[in-house]
Design a binder for this molecule. Structure first.
Ligand code: F0G
Length: 459
């Protein structure tokens, strides 16, 4: 039987116009932005795939929640609702609200970190790594080997390599491990899921050594979708039950709620241990706000509590994951080298393979990001040597392991015809493939250079 089209499981009540620029206009906009997609203005963009973070469309229920937000400094009713929603999902006793994910990370990892400490993860997201390293600690990534091959099919490419984990804990000494951090889904590793079995194995290793296990849970609902459909024993569980089981295997979690809580701003930190909670609450009050709002307004907390429930709606998750796969699989069929299988929140293009004539020190990923903008007004981000490249002592580029471009899909924002338009734009990208030129960096800051670097096209 032919399956029916998966339609957006919502109607549109409020619209935001898109300025339909021409290619000639975009040439000028991009030049003015020094060929850096972060330096474009949002109204110069037609389809914004820069990030899925904080870009969700809120539901009518969430907007209704905004209206009843309780803005009391202490003991707000909206905080009570948010705390209840987080406890229901995570089963953890202590919840700290934060304005976004990295605030939770800064608080937790500055408390657990410091010189001599090591953190181990499938892949630390860049802000996670930055907060750990800023504390003086080191951050080591040990995703399974399969995760490094963009075209290889594996159901749970986000998994941690448990042999390496065991060895590293022994080598460093359990008391020197700040925490093991499982990022679900593994954003920097291509939005790939982590299996429940891997979570159980990692949890057992951590328990045996008395090491803390923290879940970076910003896309935990999307991860639950993959578990239900790919891991035996989970077919009849709800997405929420799967997420709850995952939390039950950990000691704490940090969430950027700008992803799977379907809000534009918000986050939280949650732990089981009282002494960690107390120490973190002190840090929270110093820089974020009082313990019952932590940098959020009451209306933010209200919307977050509602979004955390909505995200587990089976119709929503089905549409979310299948529509991302729809884009990715179409591109794959057209011969665009994409990271396989398609992850939850984004499609990752292997720009090194697409533009095999552009050497890595001429940034093939940046070239693709610029092409997508010029041809379609589509804004994406390079995740390759612009973002992660370093220089050796002679100033020669040490490239990143992969040259990817991420098409991150905002939640509930774009319709199928927007996606068709993106697919059509790739037709032009492929036609122009051999004429596409690389870029050089002409100005760069010392840290996180992808945000502000200036580029020039190499002719
Ligand atoms: N952890 C992961 C896995 C993330 O993807 C992000 C943010 C954070 C933590 C930090 O959260 O932005 O709320 O402070 N990722 C965004 C992205 C920025 O585009 O992937 P934040």
């Amino acid at each position: 039987m032919k399956h029916k089209t998966i339609i957006e499981p919502f109607k549109i009540k409020s619209v935001e116009p898109i300025f339909m620029s021409t290619e000639a206009e975009r040439e000028k906009f991009l030049e003015k932005a020094n060929f850096n997609t972060f330096l474009l203005k949002s109204d110069q963009v037609i389809i914004d795939f820069l990030t899925d973070s904080g870009t969700s469309a809120m539901s009518a229920d969430q907007w209704a929640g905004v209206m009843i937000g309780d803005e009391s400094y202490a003991g707000s009713k909206s905080w009570e609702r948010m705390e209840k929603a987080v406890k229901h999902l995570t089963g953890m006793e202590f919840v700290l609200p934060t304005h976004q994910g990295r605030a939770a990370e800064r608080i937790l990892y500055s408390h657990l970190g410091g010189k001599g400490k090591t953190f181990i993860s499938n892949t630390h997201f860049d802000t996670t790594r930055a907060n750990i390293e800023f504390s003086g600690a080191e951050a080591i990534d040990i995703a399974i080997d399969e995760s490094h091959d963009p075209s290889l099919l594996h159901p749970f490419k986000g998994n941690i390599n448990t042999d390496k984990l065991e060895k590293l804990i022994q080598e460093k000494g359990a008391k020197n491990i700040g925490a093991v951090i499982l990022t679900v889904t593994n954003n920097s590793g291509g939005g790939q899921p982590v299996s429940m079995q891997n979570t159980k194995d990692v949890s057992a290793i951590c328990k045996k050594h008395g090491v803390l296990l923290i879940l970076d849970c910003c896309r935990v609902a999307e991860n639950a979708y993959f578990i239900k459909h790919r891991e035996t024993g989970y077919e009849n569980k709800t997405y929420e039950e799967i997420a709850q089981e995952m939390f039950s295997l950990t000691d704490g979690a940090a969430m950027s709620s700008k992803k799977d809580a379907l809000v534009n701003m918000g986050g939280f930190l949650t732990v089981r241990d009282k002494s960690i909670a107390e120490a973190c609450t002190n840090l929270l009050i110093i820089t974020e706000g009082f313990a019952t709002y932590g940098g959020l307004s009451g209306r933010d907390m209200e919307a977050l509590a509602i979004g955390l429930k909505e995200v587990f709606d089976p119709a929503y998750l089905e549409y979310r994951i299948k529509s991302t796969a729809y884009l990715g699989e179409h591109l794959h069929k057209m011969g665009v080298p994409v990271m396989m299988p398609i992850g939850g929140h984004a499609v990752y293009i292997d720009a090194k393979k697409l533009y095999s004539h552009i050497p890595v020190d001429q940034y093939p990923g940046q070239a693709l990001a610029c092409e997508l903008y010029i041809k379609g007004g589509i804004r994406t981000v390079e995740i390759g040597s612009v973002m992660f490249g370093k220089y050796d002592e002679n100033g020669k580029l040490i490239p990143a392991p992969m040259e990817l471009v991420r098409l991150a899909i905002p939640r509930r924002v774009y319709t199928q015809s927007h996606i068709e338009y993106v697919i059509e734009t790739f037709d032009e990208i492929l036609k122009n493939r051999n004429n596409t030129k690389g870029y050089k960096i002409v100005k760069e800051p010392k840290f996180l250079r992808h945000f502000t670097s200036h580029f020039q096209k190499i002719n």
